[in-house]
Design a protein around this ligand. Sequence first.
Ligand code: SF4
Length: 347
Amino acid sequence: MRLTRRDFIKHACYLGSLAILPLSARRGWGDREPWRPSYRTLEAEGKFAGRIDRAYAIFEECELCPRRCGVNRSKGERGFCRAPLRPVVFSAHPHFGEETPLVGHNGSGTIFFSNCNLRCVFCQNWPISHRGEGREMDDAQVARIMLKLQRRGCHNINLVTPTHVMPNILNAARIAMKEGLRIPLVYNTSGYERLTILHLLDGVVDIYLPDMKYMDPEQAATYSPGASDYPEVAMDALVEMNRQVGVLKTDEEGIARRGLIVRHLVMPNRVAGTEKLVQWIARELPRSTYVNIMPQYRVEYRAYEYPRIARGITREEFLEAISWAEEAGLTNLDDRSLMMRDFLRRR
Ligand code: SF4
């Protein structure tokens, strides 16, 4: 049986409606101390402004990501990601399709940034990431969006594809913090991140939400042009993210406060290296790391031109991926992935 997009949406909506909170609440840390986001502590220590200065300086010879283009974005030059100096925002809204601890009652306050430093041939968001559709804004406007999402009751600010606009995000977060921002920042990234850059985010970001797309350099270079170093870079990045924020912690209602959530999209013909990935996580990260193994791969953008990825995944491919994760000893798999597994097993 082939898992179609329609099947996935239909069942994910149904399963998602069952998944709100109670299961994830069991991961609560149980304390009732007042919580404050890391960036407020960094500000109290007098370190936040300095981070922004260091981040902005990188624009002059851009090395924000492993592409290390060296272009001067302050003067309008553009590198591989094609991003201008100012952030381009495609949309911003409460998102109810993210992992349950991020969604909570009122949604994850998602800001979709246009352009991307990875530019995968199967990109599921290609009009945003490849075409750069959206509206260019200054950092103060992004700050106002953050505050608006907080006023709407969102539990976090979910920064989608943030790598190439990281300095703008830091500046916007500090502007918003001075106006009352007090919810955690979620760094929702492809995983193609330099350690030097992650060090600048230490103490700013509370929740890392990286993809882990491939474990094989050849697959990475084929489907994310020029990124043969992706597996090595992303593995190092995940170890660093875990060092900074650790295993996911939630409040008494099961809403995420701080920690690492790893996303992995199962691809057809084992292109994503799922078995190798889950074994690596079990070996190099805590086995209680929150891992979301996702079934929603669909043929998008230029994937039609690549025979191995020119179809959706099968029921068997998703079930084997979950089995590998369980056999590896991972103990904190996303609730909806497990419900999808149970649903598919019954079919
Ligand atoms: S963020 Fe863009 S310009 Fe900067 S190094 Fe990466 S791809 Fe190049």
